[in-house]
Design a protein around this ligand. Structure first.
Ligand SMILES: *[C@@H]1O[C@H](CO)[C@@H](O)[C@H](O)[C@H]1NC(C)=O
Ligand SMILES: *[C@@H]1O[C@H](CO)[C@@H](O)[C@H](O)[C@H]1NC(C)=O
Ligand SMILES: *[C@@H]1O[C@H](CO)[C@@H](O)[C@H](O)[C@H]1NC(C)=O
Ligand SMILES: *[C@@H]1O[C@H](CO)[C@@H](O)[C@H](O)[C@H]1NC(C)=O
Ligand SMILES: *[C@@H]1O[C@H](CO)[C@@H](O)[C@H](O)[C@H]1NC(C)=O
Length: 296
């Protein structure tokens, strides 16, 4: 009998790994409900703590890759066919080097800023290279670093996303289906051009098993996509019907600090007093910004 129950628990546990649903988040596994450092959260910009962290160093994000695009039943997931050349990121307050595992989307956004929910949010999931792979890193404190990019709606398509959108159309109808992009693209299309401003807090995965100790980075700069591109997401099927939205309910902050790394430009200007030197200073800063963006 005990063995039989054990069998039931194991089978249910295994089944739950893929059969959870956004319709009923109260029955997600234990840590999702008992955890104290869960994600997503609302970021109240008036209560963030300013911090001075070094800029990120992104390596290999401008290389071109083909990719697999999968309908997981909960999101659309993108895995680069990286042939061992995995893009990595370091600095920016990260305690090590983190490798890009995959990218997926939420619609609407999971994080909100001052209560505002964006139409979509991208998560670029990275694991600490010291743990070798995603699974091993997931169970470690600081094992994962997830970069979040919020989307705003514009009248134009984001043309860089079109190789991916074309494939999403092919997997939309079938849970578990994977298709490959016919065009290569570079993963820097997933990031805003200026990554120097961001929010930072420690949270969790936003899907079961909701593992904690995840380092979150939310860029203050957004990306822009069109309504029709968002409709590629909202016409995706899950096991129980159309996946019209896939965001987790907001989690309590429980006193966790949320840090903000602001772009240094506006702060520096305030220390300049005379008008003439102010103008000279702004010109100099603009020159540096151009050089900085060009070198990126
Ligand atoms: C969620 O699941 C619980 C337990 O299975 C059930 O009692 C409840 O009715 C469900 N709620 C919804 C909204 O489906
Ligand atoms: C991409 O999909 C193919 C076919 O399903 C598979 O053989 C390959 O391992 C996948 N590659 C990645 C990086 O997921
Ligand atoms: C993952 O962890 C297991 C168990 O500790 C270990 O045997 C394996 O080598 C690790 N994988 C990588 C890629 O480091
Ligand atoms: C990729 O190219 C093949 C062959 O030309 C075609 O059948 C397929 O539909 C294309 N896939 C996408 C996603 O455009
Ligand atoms: C500096 O510029 C402001 C307006 O931008 C003007 O009101 C002020 O008089 C100027 N000060 C000097 C010292 O020129």
């Amino acid at each position: 009998m005990v063995q039989f129950l054990g069998f039931l628990v194991l089978t249910f546990g295994a089944a739950f790994a893929s059969h959870w649903s956004y319709d009923n988040q109260t029955v997600w596994p234990e840590l999702c409900n008992s955890g104290t450092r869960q994600s997503p959260i609302n970021i109240q910009t008036s209560s963030t703590k300013q911090t001075y962290l070094l800029p990120f160093i992104f390596t290999g994000y401008s290389e071109r890759f083909f990719a697999n695009v999968t309908n997981t039943g909960h999101t659309v997931k993108i895995n680069l066919q990286n042939n061992g050349k995995v893009p990595t990121v370091e600095r920016g307050g990260l305690p090590g080097t983190y490798a890009l595992d995959s990218v997926h989307f939420h619609w609407n956004s999971e994080h909100t800023i001052n209560g505002y929910r964006y139409p979509a949010e991208l998560h670029a999931v990275h694991y600490n290279v010291q743990y070798g792979n995603l699974d091993n890193a997931t169970i470690r404190e600081n094992g994962l670093a997830v970069f979040s990019i919020l989307f705003e709606i514009s009248s134009d398509d984001d043309k860089y996303f079109s190789p991916i959108m074309k494939v999403i159309e092919k997997v939309d109808n079938t849970v578990g289906m994977t298709a490959q992009t016919n065009e290569s693209f570079s993963p820097d299309i997933f990031f805003p051009r200026d990554t120097s401003g961001y929010y930072r807090y420690i949270g969790s995965l936003t899907t079961p098993d909701c593992n904690e100790g995840v380092i979150w980075t939310l860029f203050t700069n957004t990306l822009h996509i069109s309504e029709s591109q968002v409709s590629y997401f909202t016409s995706m099927w899950s096991e129980t019907g159309l996946l019209t939205e896939n965001y987790r309910t907001q989690q309590p902050i429980n006193g966790r600090p949320v840090y903000e790394k602001i772009s240094p430009l506006p702060k520096v200007i305030t220390i300049v007093t005379s008008n003439a030197s102010k103008v000279a200073y702004i010109k100099l800063l603009m020159l540096f910004s151009i050089i900085y963006l060009y070198l990126k």
